[in-house]
Design a protein around this ligand. Structure first.
Ligand SMILES: *Cc1c(COP(=O)(O)O)cnc(C)c1O
Length: 366
């Protein structure tokens, strides 16, 4: 028997969330962002649910090739462009659209003689200060790209730092408008948070990622609970139980001390599966569908739970680490992080498989 831990992926939930993204940005085309192996969900598993998207956006060339191997003939966007000139072979061979965010990338494409001009996304740094041309340098970069015979369609792009929080998008939007003023080309600005919450920022192509997987860009489950459906359910089983007496301690460091007689369960899930070691006592978890709490320190392959609210639980009782009874954002919040990190940090030893209850192929949506 393999260990009983699996990440189940609900493809109907993903198709539903894509439809929500589409409804949120009427008139926009939608890049389904599937970087980091579809935020840990497995590109091959989620692909059928995202076929209604207008394109797939990701970072790694091998992931772009995997999307092609799934059968996708439409646009694929490399969100950071190429990392070396040798990558351009694959860009040409697989018909990829690349971001150009710096002079060095522009020079690599200028040195190319492709059979047909390549579509590019010209990225502006409108204030986040990671990658991109500054607003004052953007027009010159655009003109240089326009003059380049190997470049075809140019889409104007930027990325928001604060679409999920109180600062919002208006300052970056104004910078973008200033730097891109009068330049021809479609626009692509919005991540999930801007797609959901900043109508003024929506543009020709939106780029939702996290919302497709049913977690909130804000990290707060309540912000999207009514709108999105969770795509991933991380489930395992109890592999043991213990009866504690007052004063008994649990796990490494003896950080949990029983203050009364209590039963606890041992779950086949630890930090080597990607469950955060920093999850404190009190982190929500569900045993047989009943919410309870993690107690003591998370070990490499096991963690312990309070069975007080579920007295019938025993070896082989199902446990949900996150999913439907416990939102991934709740676990993330207890750990001081966001759902993005938990879903992408799941390790390869956790098998991803289709949710058995999701009943075949996802519905086509209108
Ligand atoms: C990851 C990414 C997105 C998607 O962001 P979410 O917050 O997951 O919606 C959009 N655009 C770019 C450039 C990205 O890198």
């Amino acid at each position: 028997m393999p260990r009983p831990i699996h990440a189940f992926v609900d493809t109907q939930a993903i198709a539903h969330n894509l439809a929500v993204a589409r409804r949120s940005a009427p008139g926009s085309k939608v890049w389904a962002v599937v970087k980091a192996n579809a935020y840990g969900h497995d590109i091959d598993l989620v692909y059928p649910a995202l076929r209604q998207a207008d394109g797939f956006a990701l970072l790694d060339l091998d992931e772009a090739v995997r999307v092609r191997e799934c059968g996708w003939r439409g646009p694929i966007l490399l969100l950071e462009g190429v990392f070396a000139a040798s990558d351009l072979d694959i860009v040409v061979r697989h018909g990829l659209t690349q971001v150009i965010h710096c002079d060095e990338q522009l020079a690599m494409v200028e040195a190319l003689r492709p059979a047909a001009p390549l579509p590019v996304y010209l990225k502006m740094n409108s204030g986040m200060n990671r990658v991109g041309f500054r607003p004052d340098a953007y027009r010159a970069a655009w003109q240089r790209a326009r003059a380049c015979a190997s470049i075809g369609e140019i889409t104007l792009m930027t990325h928001f730092a604060d679409a999920d929080g109180p600062i919002g998008t208006s300052r970056q939007l104004a910078e973008f408008e200033r730097g891109a003023d009068g330049l021809a080309g479609a626009r692509s600005l919005s991540n999930s948070a801007a797609t959901l919450w900043h109508a003024a920022a929506r543009s020709d192509w939106v780029r939702p990622g996290i919302m497709l997987y049913g977690a909130s860009p804000s990290g707060k489950a309540a912000d999207t609970a009514a709108l999105l459906r969770p795509a991933m359910s991380l489930r395992s089983e109890l592999i043991g139980t213990q009866q504690l007496q007052p004063g008994d301690t649990v796990g490494y460091g003896s950080t949990f001390v029983a203050d009364r007689p209590m039963r606890i369960g041992v779950v086949a899930c630890g930090y080597a599966d990607g469950y955060p070691r920093v999850a404190p006592t009190g982190t929500p978890i569900a045993v047989d569908g009943v919410r309870t709490r993690v107690i003591g320190r998370v070990s490499m392959d096991m963690l312990t739970v309070d069975l007080t609210p579920c007295p019938g639980a025993g070896v082989a009782t199902p446990v949900e680490l996150w999913g439907r009874h416990v939102a991934i954002d709740e676990v993330a919040q207890a750990c001081g992080t966001v759902g993005y990190e938990l879903m992408t940090a799941l390790t390869p030893r956790v098998g991803r498989q289709r949710e058995p209850a999701d009943g075949g192929s996802p519905p086509t949506q209108g």
